[in-house]
Design a protein around this ligand. Sequence first.
Ligand SMILES: *[C@@H]1O[C@H](CO)[C@@H](O)[C@H](O)[C@H]1NC(C)=O
Ligand SMILES: *[C@@H]1O[C@H](CO)[C@@H](O)[C@H](O)[C@H]1NC(C)=O
Ligand SMILES: *[C@@H]1O[C@H](CO)[C@@H](O)[C@H](O)[C@H]1NC(C)=O
Ligand SMILES: *[C@@H]1O[C@H](CO)[C@@H](O)[C@H](O)[C@H]1NC(C)=O
Length: 345
Amino acid sequence: MKRQLSRSRAISMSILQTTLFLLTLGTRMIPSSAQRNTKRGIAYLGNTHKSDNSLLLSSSSPLSWYYNWSPYPATEQIPLDSPLEFTPLVHGIDDAESSQTQHQIKSLPRSSMHILTFNEPDGDKDSGGSDIDPEDAARAYIEHIVPYHTSNSRGGRTWNISHPSVTRSPRGLDWLRQFNLSCYKIDEENGCPTDFIAAHWYGAFDGLASWLGTLDEFYNANRSDDTARLKIWITEMALPQANTHDTVNMMNQTLPYLEKLEYVEKYAWFGAFRTDDANEWTGDGVALFDDDGGLTKLGALYMGGEVNGFEEGDKGNAGTANLVKVNAGLLWVLAMFTMFVSSFW
Ligand SMILES: *[C@@H]1O[C@H](CO)[C@@H](O)[C@H](O)[C@H]1NC(C)=O
Ligand SMILES: *[C@@H]1O[C@H](CO)[C@@H](O)[C@H](O)[C@H]1NC(C)=O
Ligand SMILES: *[C@@H]1O[C@H](CO)[C@@H](O)[C@H](O)[C@H]1NC(C)=O
Ligand SMILES: *[C@@H]1O[C@H](CO)[C@@H](O)[C@H](O)[C@H]1NC(C)=O
């Protein structure tokens, strides 16, 4: 009896050991949740491919925020309770005036804290701009946007609002200057208050660095208090019409730069779509996914590369992340079962 008992003990111990070994193995196979990068997000056009979205949302994804040029989150693809903070955008004056937009923004969860406004007001409607006269913009901004910033409609909290995001050009800077003057003509004391600045950039790294410097100087040069320095969000950026090599190099130079630059608070690459879905103007070199839904070299880099376990060609799969969890769960059940059984031997 005693001998038998110790033999079954031995067997159960070895089962337990094997299970524990499998368990460690299982744990190791689960990609540890990446440190989400508080700056990195995506300018999201909507992507109809489930696998692409699941990769963007996966536990090892570094992304922490997104916007889609509208006040309506893309809940079908990116659930509201995902770790990606949704940032609403009020595209033009019509949207600012619309009670539907106002209602929609009020209904957003408290995880959304920032509002982007008028998209490329100095640009034509054909190219996604909102084509707004600086004076009209100032009037609409003060009437419809500033209240989000001042009224405690969210249980004591207010929204942080941004000035319109102009195109990167002398025309853009000129537009901002006129906008500012109009703001002070309407409200002599406050002008158009803003909590942060939104910037767009299409071009090479050097130009990006210089454009950010220009905006920082425009908004912050005369601020004596460094802590009150307005932060910049780059809400669209890419190197258009370039080959893979140049685009990857540009991004590789840009990401560490933006990470270090204290006055850059957020940035979003354009965009998280497949090469097929890129527009003619940017060319398909900007796409994070290839035609088959694999990450492009650029996509792997943006997702954090090797550090986060991403490489070129990796595909998302609506089921993968859950499958790994199920496996770990099964191993747990197996371990518990083994312990339970061995306690009877
Ligand atoms: C909102 O903006 C203010 C500056 O106006 C800044 O101090 C604060 O940190 C911002 N809050 C968030 C959540 O970004
Ligand atoms: C900052 O102050 C200088 C000197 O007073 C002035 O010339 C310049 O226009 C100001 N810049 C801005 C952006 O207000
Ligand atoms: C905006 O206009 C006001 C009033 O003229 C001026 O004091 C301020 O420097 C301007 N700001 C910028 C960023 O040009
Ligand atoms: C990015 O640059 C670093 C050196 O600055 C280099 O080691 C690395 O291979 C580059 N990555 C890509 C994807 O080009």
